[in-house]
Design a binder for this molecule. Structure first.
Ligand SMILES: [Zn+2]
Length: 327
């Protein structure tokens, strides 16, 4: 059997229990975090770029090692640097590039004109169905999310939905949001958010920010009302990213807990450095706040719910809107 890393020499051993066969020389390079970029790439396409032996602590995005523990020829290694972003020889070449990136943002997946979307669909559908590597399945859904909608994709999402919605929620739900008509989508997303046993139920609400519709906000409030979620600030961040109008926020604050907390947080959280990352790639519409009403509602609210967390949030809101009222 030939070595999976160099594709030249005969493999003499396996790496732990991984589906990776190596020659002596490549085994030595791997042990010393000194793989050449093309070797790193081949292994990353088998076990995933974030596997700990290929981790970004040891290698750069272009496959070059940061701190090899054996001497390497830098100039020789540079010749093998991974070219990200094409030009691509074919659809597989494109998919290999995306699947071997440490972190993939959907907007970075650009399907060039030379590539055929229906071939890409077939390849990523196969990847999702057959891979044993979780991160490949996740990223394959991200690629599918960027393809033009077709009946095939529509069908595929329904076929996989029950199987993948728990473990790959963010990826399959965002893919569904891109491809399914809103009429089908709302029920599908809502019923999952209300019933599924998630490991991180709060984080699952993030997909609602992809809708940008009032319906998403009502699903959000229904889920918060019916599931005992920790009312952490990220809920306020998600609500903010759904671009709610003041009339809705007002209603939520007046309705009291639990929805009052994300509603209050959504008025200031975009200024928090900790939550900036939720907004950096989203279009936020300014909230059409009525300052007089806002002051009255929050002062009134504090009379019933004046926990330090709430008070702090109200002070941040008053600061943001230049409201000079003591609380
Ligand atoms: Zn080898």
């Amino acid at each position: 059997m030939i070595c999976d890393s160099c594709k030249l020499d005969t493999a003499t051993c396996k790496w732990e229990d991984l589906p990776v066969s190596l020659c002596e020389a490549c085994k030595n390079l791997l042990e010393n975090t000194a793989l050449r970029p093309d070797m790193w790439f081949r292994l990353a396409r088998i076990i995933g770029p974030n596997h700990y032996i290929l981790h970004d602590d040891f290698y750069k995005e272009d496959g070059c090692p940061y701190a090899p523990e054996v001497k390497i020829d830098d100039n020789e290694y540079k010749k093998y640097k991974i070219q990200r972003g094409g030009p691509y020889a074919d659809e597989s070449d494109f998919i290999d590039d995306i699947l071997t990136r440490y972190l993939v943002h959907e907007e970075e997946i650009v399907i060039g004109k030379s590539l055929n979307p229906s071939i890409i669909f077939k390849l990523v559908a196969k990847e999702i169905a057959e891979t044993d590597v979780e991160e490949f399945r996740y990223t394959a859904y991200q690629i599918m999310g960027n393809l033009p909608s077709t009946d095939q994709i529509h069908k595929f999402i329904y076929e996989r939905w029950d199987n993948d919605k728990n473990e790959y929620w963010g990826a399959i739900a965002r893919c569904a949001i891109k491809h399914l008509p809103e009429s089908e989508l709302l029920e599908l997303i809502k019923s999952s958010l209300l019933t599924e046993e998630w490991q991180y139920p709060n984080d699952c609400l993030e997909v609602l920010t992809g809708f940008q519709s009032k319906d998403a906000i009502f699903i959000f409030s229904e889920v918060v009302a019916h599931r005992k979620l920790a009312l952490a600030l990220n809920l306020g961040a998600y609500l903010r990213a759904c671009n709610p109008q003041w009339s809705i926020i007002k209603k939520f604050i007046k309705s009291g807990r639990p929805m009052s907390l994300p509603a209050i947080d959504c008025l200031w959280v975009e200024d928090s450095p900790q939550y900036n990352r939720y907004f950096s790639r989203r279009k936020l519409t300014p909230i059409d706040v009525d300052k007089t009403e806002l002051t009255e509602i929050l002062v009134e609210y504090l009379k019933q719910d004046s926990m330090p967390r709430v008070k702090k949030a109200v002070i941040s809101i008053f600061d943001k809107y230049n409201i000079n009222t003591d609380v």
